[in-house]
Design a protein around this ligand. Structure first.
Ligand code: KIV
Length: 264
């Protein structure tokens, strides 16, 4: 099976909607890839979904490399992009190139995702010019949670204009696609029309070229946390609770293991 390249993802704009998801482990990535998901992101949301951190700021390069390598091992066709964690690329272009190169070399992923719009364009351009494809991320950028909070972005005219300028800047810098997070649906559609690269929305309405969601959120594995834009497709949290309780009851009642689970 042919691996999807960044160019192939860019070419999907206007042809088919892109359904992207996050993954953090080998088995889930295999399932997603076999299901035909074209773009898998090893998000730094691994910090909140799997590692129990309060936000993404505590995620390290080592965390990302471990989880990304596992995902890459499970994928044959999808493009795997990996989030660069907080403060591993912001300090300087040299830092971004050094750490970005490390992630590519140690994981075998095809692309990196970094947060920031117009002001981040020089870093994106440097990565791309040095052979590292970039998925940009603008709008509500979780690594800026201490500044932005979790509010919907782009509500004022100035902020909306800036978001469009951000999308154009990351496109000009060479990003092959851009994630736009938590903006009004009309603005999501406007940004999508303003650039030639795919706009992958998360809480950015139906007018985007594609959507990305956190896998734990759509599977019902995020507890009570559910932003408005998440549509739950399963309730695995409830199913796991039922399975674990049934197992505990079986062990306590000595109905497990039975003869069929025991060796002669
Ligand atoms: O880390 C993450 O999960 C993200 C989202 C865009 C899905 O960045």
């Amino acid at each position: 099976m042919k691996t999807l390249t960044p160019r192939a993802i860019t070419a999907m704009k206007g042809v088919e909607k892109i359904a992207a998801l996050t993954a953090y482990d080998y088995r889930t990535a295999r399932i997603m890839d076999a299901a035909g998901i074209p773009l898998i992101l090893v998000g730094d949301s691994v910090g909140t979904t799997l590692l129990g951190y309060a936000n993404t700021l505590s995620v390290t390069l080592a965390d990302m490399i471990r989880h990304a390598a596992a995902v890459v091992r499970g994928v044959q066709r999808a493009l795997v992009a990996v989030d660069m964690p907080f403060m591993t690329y912001q300090a300087s272009i040299a830092q971004a190139l050094r750490n970005g190169g490390l992630v590519i070399q140690r994981t075998g992923c095809q692309a990196l995702k970094i947060e920031g719009g117009e002001f981040r364009a020089p870093t994106i351009a440097a990565l791309v010019q040095n052979g590292i494809p970039v998925l940009a991320h603008i709008g509500l950028t979780p690594q800026s949670i201490q500044v932005l909070g979790t509010r919907v972005q782009g509500r004022s005219d100035a902020a909306a204009r800036q978001l469009i300028a951000d999308a154009r800047a990351v496109e000009a810098a060479g990003a092959f696609a851009v994630v736009v997070e938590t903006v009004p649906a009309a603005l999501g559609a406007e940004v999508t029309a303003a650039v030639k690269i795919p706009v992958i929305g998360i809480g950015a309405g139906p007018g985007c070229d594609g959507q990305i969601l956190v896998i734990n959120d759509i599977l019902g594995l995020s507890g009570d946390f559910r932003p408005k834009f998440v549509k739950p497709y399963a309730d695995l949290g409830a199913q796991i609770t039922a399975a674990v309780s049934a197992y505990q009851a079986d062990v306590q009642n000595a109905t497990y293991p039975g003869p069929e689970h025991s060796y002669e």
